[in-house]
Write a protein that binds this ligand. Structure first.
Ligand code: NAP
Length: 258
């Protein structure tokens, strides 16, 4: 298989790093985007190289138009093409607030980073991909959106987060529909509870729910590599006749159980 290239947003830590590492294991070259944590991004790059991949780190706030444009430009300058965009960067609300108390600042921040950023980055990358020659499998590119079980699970103390993830789920369908004719497949990966900095503050709560109460049939925390392996399968073209598909990487959380 020819060397594949990917732009992964928020790849300095957590799930994004897990994705970068799995793509590196197939020899991929990765643009490792981060917001402010240059040291963590450099550590991801070192780990990527240690498992057989390569790439570069690139600072950029996905909520900022000029930064998104630069991410695409630098990726193309380094790699010549972008085979895969992973819209992974995302933030949780700084404070969990009841629906009747929630403020506009958190709402605007989450919509900017978790939904506006991925939308316009996908638009820019799709334009780039449409101009690329098809690869060995006939693809001009692929796009993966990292949503969450919050796309369909109501949490009334972080409604803004749930709404942006539901929006990102719809965005997957829209781009899948628009880009199918252009040789670009689009997928949604819906992680459950994954052990990262984002969930570190609620570790005890989820330890109880997962390990004691069995909220998921598979009684363990998800790991960034669980998500990474799903993304890798997409870049390996395991799903060439699927687009707009949702992959639940959640230990079975989405099942209705009795
Ligand atoms: P994390 O450990 O907090 O890491 C967040 C990553 O996003 C970091 O690399 C961070 O860069 C980057 N980032 C934050 N704001 C950014 C911005 N404005 N522009 C560019 N990059 C930005 O989070 P995570 O748990 O890995 O979550 C990754 C994604 O998975 C998010 O979309 C999240 O909603 C989703 N998710 C997480 C879970 C979970 O249980 N952890 C479950 C479902 C879905 P810096 O290092 O520079 O700050």
């Amino acid at each position: 298989m020819a060397t594949k290239t990917a732009l992964v947003t928020g790849a300095s830590r957590g799930i994004g790093r897990g994705i970068a590492l799995e793509l590196a294991r197939m020899g991929g070259r990765i643009a490792i985007n981060y917001a402010g944590n240059a040291a963590a991004a450099a550590e991801t790059l070192a780990q990527v190289r240690a498992v057989g991949g390569d790439g570069f780190t690139v600072q950029g706030d996905v909520a900022v138009a000029a930064d998104r444009e630069r991410l695409v430009r630098e990726s193309v300058a380094q790699f010549g093409r972008i085979d895969l965009l992973v819209n992974n960067a995302g933030v949780a609300p700084a404070v969990r607030a009841d629906l009747l108390e929630a403020g506009e600042e958190s709402f605007d921040r989450l919509f900017a980073i978790n939904l506006k950023g991925p939308f316009f980055l996908s638009q820019a990358v799709a334009r780039q991909m449409i101009g690329q020659a098809p690869d060995g499998e006939g693809f001009r590119g692929r796009i993966v959106n990292i949503t969450s079980i919050s796309a369909y699970t109501a949490s009334i103390n972080r409604g803004d987060y749930c709404m942006v993830k539901a929006g990102l789920a719809m965005m997957t369908k829209l781009f899948a529909d628009r880009l199918g004719q252009d040789g670009i497949n689009v997928y949604e990966i819906r992680p459950g509870v994954i052990a990262t900095d984002m969930t570190a503050g609620v570790k005890e709560k989820y330890d109880r729910l997962i390990l004691e109460q069995g909220i998921t049939p598979i009684r363990r925390w998800g790991q960034p590599s669980d998500v990474g392996r799903a993304v890798r399968a997409i870049l390996e073209d395991r799903f060439p006749f699927s687009t707009g598909a949702v992959f639940d990487v959640d230990g079975g959380f989405h099942l209705h159980r009795l």
